[in-house]
Design a protein around this ligand. Structure first.
Ligand code: ASP
Ligand code: MG
Length: 453
């Protein structure tokens, strides 16, 4: 497959796909079954990032040893299944010593930079182990430290890569190797200008794979996870949900943004920019097929899917100054921007504006978005009302804002529920509702049954 070398496939495997020795071997089977796969991007083994985050928080010194043991157990379980394990064991032990040292430091004083340094060990270890799993199958693969090319800014925890530098460095440092060998590298991590380790935000390995796919002009980006593709809604909520075989970038991006956990929301940006299809499948069952996300799909349906995002906060801001005023919203948005808050939904009336912020961290920077300092600043401008525990339900589709009868199809069946807020019309791809958290699943079930049943 000489041609494949020029347009490789980038394959990314998530935490469950590298959780243990067997999972790693299933993922290796997938890699080896297609010669066009030249670059493999890995997450940390399932559970490891969470444990590292707990250590980085440094709160509970008594739990430190427990967390460290748990990480060791997960990684040793893989090493113990390797026939020739001495060298790799020493390497992993060095990493574990490093983790112990950094967690002690975190116990004294935490910092975002220290957290990223600590957390990066998950991906560093999983990639080292995966190379070893391949080696024992007589496959030579090269371990590559992605921090050499994934240059980011220094917003630790949510660092943003510099696409230009990434492209340059990928071409000089990574591309020549890809022609020679199979490369195994880390998702999620990068480095800033001074060389300190950064991370791209939880779930960021998908984004890494897409960025590398873009830089390498890949023919496809394969995201291997534990579900065989993207569904009309979360099958855990609605067991009748159907797999979608092909979906457009726009639709999938809306789904990711509005809470479908399957892809990190930023993943599709590079893919769309460079028009590279993204395949999503399950490494547990690669033959079950999956979903292809691409530029155009045949016969895009009016209703495609329903996404659900829980734990939403609604802010309602009232001010008589809004009456015939100019610049009031600009001031509000300025304050929110200074607090790194991204606004999701917004509706306005004459003297009030209601908006939601995402508290799941998919588009914003942290879990506790509503800080006292934010509320104080807003209160100096207007009266602020806060409602918590709402759920955002996004109906994803095509040409929704041009179609007739959408209102009846959607609201006709939602009689029994309080709809707290509606957003419709800004995008032809979505209609969003805010409902009380406790009604969320029932609303999704009802809508799914009516629109896809
Ligand atoms: N290991 C990181 C996380 O758990 C990144 C990823 O898996 O994509 O968030
Ligand atoms: Mg993931």
């Amino acid at each position: 497959m000489a041609e494949s070398l020029h347009s490789p496939i980038v394959a990314k495997f998530g935490g469950t796909s590298v959780a243990d020795f067997d999972a790693m071997n299933r993922s290796a089977d997938i890699v080896l079954s297609n010669a066009a796969v030249r670059l493999v991007v890995l997450s940390a083994s399932a559970g490891v990032t969470n444990l590292l985050v707990a250590l980085a928080e440094g709160k509970d010194p008594d739990r430190r040893a427990f967390h460290l043991d748990e990480i060791r157990r997960i990684q040793y379980a893989i090493i113990d299944r390797l026939a020739d394990s001495q060298v790799i064991r020493e390497e992993i032990d060095r990493m574990l010593d490093n983790i112990a040292m950094l967690s002690e430091a975190a116990g004294l004083a935490t910092s975002h930079a220290l957290t990223d340094e600590l957390v990066s060990h998950g991906e560093l270890m999983s990639t080292l182990l995966f190379v070893e799993v391949l080696r024992q199958r007589q496959v030579t693969a090269q371990w590559f430290d992605i921090r050499k090319v994934m240059r980011t800014n220094d917003r630790f925890g949510h660092a943003e890569p510099d696409i230009g530098i990434l492209k340059e460095l990928t071409h000089s440092l990574l591309l020549p190797r890809i022609d020679e060998a199979l490369i195994i590298t880390q998702g999620f991590i990068g480095s800033e200008a001074k060389g300190r380790t950064t991370t791209l935000g939880r779930g960021g390995s998908d984004y890494t794979a897409a960025l590398l796919g873009e830089a390498l002009k890949a023919q496809r980006i394969d995201i291997w996870t534990d579900v065989p593709g993207i569904y009309t809604t979360d099958p855990r909520v609605v067991p009748e949900a159907k797999r979608i075989d092909e979906i457009s970038f726009e639709e999938a991006a809306e789904m990711a943004t509005f809470g479908a956990k399957i892809l990190h929301p930023a993943t599709l940006l590079p893919a769309v920019r460079s028009d590279i299809p993204v395949f999503v499948g399950s490494s547990k069952d690669p033959h079950a097929g999956g979903t292809l996300v691409c530029n155009k799909t045949l016969n895009p349906p009016l209703f495609r899917a329903i996404a659900l995002r829980r734990r939403q906060t609604l802010l309602t801001l009232h001010s008589l100054n809004m009456l015939q005023a100019r610049g009031f919203l600009a001031e509000v948005f300025n304050i929110l921007a200074r607090h790194y808050i991204s606004v999701d939904l917004i509706t306005t009336s004459e003297v009030s504006v209601a908006l939601t912020m995402d508290t799941t961290g998919s588009t914003s920077s942290s879990v506790s978005l509503l800080t006292t300092s934010l509320l104080t600043e807003l209160s100096s401008l207007c009266r602020v009302e806060v409602e918590e525990n709402l759920a955002l339900i996004a109906l994803i589709g095509n040409k929704l804002s041009q179609a007739c009868g959408v209102g009846k199809d959607v609201f006709g069946v939602l009689d029994p529920f309080n709809i707290r807020l509606i957003c419709y019309g800004a995008s032809s791809h979505n209609l969003c509702l805010l409902v009380p958290g406790q009604d969320a699943e029932q609303v999704v079930k009802t809508l799914h049954h009516n629109l896809f049943g």
